[in-house]
Design a protein around this ligand. Structure first.
Ligand code: ADP
Ligand code: MG
Length: 467
């Protein structure tokens, strides 16, 4: 049927257009007078709808009669590398026309003319693409004391997804310590060992967006249903759920369903469950059912081996003393460590300079400076004033109004915490106070932080703005 259509179409359009828009189409199946064709992308589909719909319609009606229908199956583009994307079709009885990339990829047309009988109401196709990045795997996730527990728990889960007591597996740790890498590695390993299982990696942020979208479109049930079909669900950065009760609620249901059915859940977070705020108790208690494993700051040895491995994989040679220099001076996290070595490589090849220790020193110095950009007391006052919706003059004024005093004390507290300035100098810059006042402010803030939940929230919000 499709070949006949093609022949007809070919006779009616320019050869180049035919080549571009019709040759890439794959006929998939024909049933009930509905022909399914696979197109390479959503854009492609839209283009066809926009430009060739009449032609398609005529061609198809000629073959199948007036009740002909056309079903587009959009092949999702692969975000990572050239590997074949993992796509999966789920029978339409499962309802829900969502994909991992985009919920509810609408097979709807902008063109009103398209409605009947030609397009496609109620046709639902699902493709779940894992969204895994094959470049993040166990082979290049180097082991060290700082990550041994998390790494081996991840391995265990990958060997027997859903079949260990590590369910959920929660990996937590600070920025740039490898949470995302490890999460992908587990998924990649599972896909490798169990190709038939449906694995999905998604950031908590994206999950939240999808959820919100589904509420808007009245497809919340489809959303839930979609997630309940997954065998291995990986959600990155679940601290993003904090304060979002709707998302937490829906995740709670999905989690329970998956867990009861022996499906594996893997979560990452920048905090340990005990330190998570604004996450419902019932969720936190679920998190604790499995294992929480921490990724800690890598020690010197691990930093060295990560650097060497990176250089080796990039085919770059670098003298040991330079690698050691970088590893010694960049301690905070692995992302920065990699960043420094990359910029070192770039600098040396760009300026055609040998990588000398001197160059390494320059790069590292810049790097450390850039990443730890010191916040100034002025900046702190500005941010705190903005946060409380007042101006800096008010913050500095002599008033005893409670909320202004609190803002001022917070500014002093942060100045102490984030600058190297002395108490006296902080005092003089924040409305000409003496060092005792600053000291008192810092103590007051510490006390309030312990006793006052609202106040703790202020500190948390503001801290984020300074780090
Ligand atoms: P996080 O998600 O915790 O912020 P990432 O997973 O994004 O951190 O890691 C930051 C960078 O460090 C990535 O490029 C990652 O590949 C690299 N990395 C982290 N841990 C390791 C490790 N153990 N071995 C090799 N590279 C690592
Ligand atoms: Mg991450």
């Amino acid at each position: 049927v499709w070949n006949n259509c093609l022949a007809f179409i070919q006779d009616n359009i320019q050869p180049q257009a035919f080549k571009t828009w019709f040759e890439p189409i794959k006929p998939i199946k024909l049933s009930d007078n509905a022909l399914s064709i696979q197109v390479p992308s959503k854009f492609f589909y839209e283009w066809l709808e926009e430009h060739y719909v009449k032609l398609l319609k005529v061609a198809l009606t000629k073959e199948l009669g007036d009740t002909a229908k056309l079903v587009y199956i959009i092949k999702m583009e692969n975000t990572y590398g050239n590997r074949e994307p993992f796509t999966e079709k789920i029978p339409s009885s499962n309802r829900g026309n969502m994909t991992a990339q985009e919920m509810d990829v609408p097979i709807k047309s902008k063109n009103p003319e398209l409605k009947n009988p030609f397009v496609i109401p109620g046709i639902r196709n699902i493709k779940i693409e894992s969204q895994l990045n094959p470049n993040y795997n166990f082979d290049n996730f180097l082991e060290g004391d700082s990550n041994r527990l998390a790494r081996s728990a991840g391995m265990a889960v990958a060997n027997k997804p859903g079949g260990t007591s590590f369910n959920p597996l929660l990996v937590f740790g600070g920025v740039g310590l490898g949470k995302t890498h490890l999460a992908h590695a587990i998924g990649v390993e599972i896909k490798d060992k169990y190709p038939e299982r449906t694995v999905l990696y998604i950031s908590a942020e994206k999950f939240t967006q999808q959820y919100i979208e589904s509420v808007k479109k009245n497809t919340r049930n489809d959303f839930i249903h979609f997630y309940q079909l997954i065998d291995v669900l990986i959600i990155d950065d679940v601290q993003f759920f904090s304060g979002k009760s709707g998302t937490q609620d829906v995740f709670f249901h999905i989690f329970n369903h998956l867990h009861q059915n022996g499906k594996q859940v893997i979560l990452t977070s920048d905090k340990a469950p005990v330190d998570m705020q604004d996450i419902e108790q019932r969720l936190l208690s679920r998190f604790k059912w499995g294992l929480s494993a921490e990724l800690q700051n890598p020690d010197y040895e691990t930093r060295i081996s990560i650097l060497k491995n990176k250089l080796y994989r990039d085919g770059v040679e670098m003298p040991d003393d330079i690698v050691e220099y970088v590893a010694k001076h960049i301690k905070t996290n692995i992302r920065e460590l990699e960043g420094a070595i990359i910029s070192l490589i770039a600098q040396s090849s760009f300026n055609k300079k040998e990588v000398t220790l001197e160059l390494a020193q320059q790069v590292v110095e810049k790097f450390v400076k850039n990443t730890k950009r010191e916040v100034s007391i002025d900046y702190i006052q500005k941010v705190v004033s903005d946060y409380f919706e007042m101006d800096v003059a008010t913050l500095q004024s002599k008033t005893r109004k409670r909320h202004i005093v609190q803002a001022r004390q917070l500014a002093m507290f942060f100045a102490k915490k984030f600058t190297k300035a002395s108490l006296a100098s902080i005092g003089s810059q924040i409305g000409k106070r003496d060092h005792a006042t600053v000291l008192h402010a810092c103590k007051t803030v510490d006390n309030l932080a312990e006793t006052d939940k609202q106040f703790r929230k202020y500190i948390e919000d503001l801290t984020k703005k300074f780090s």
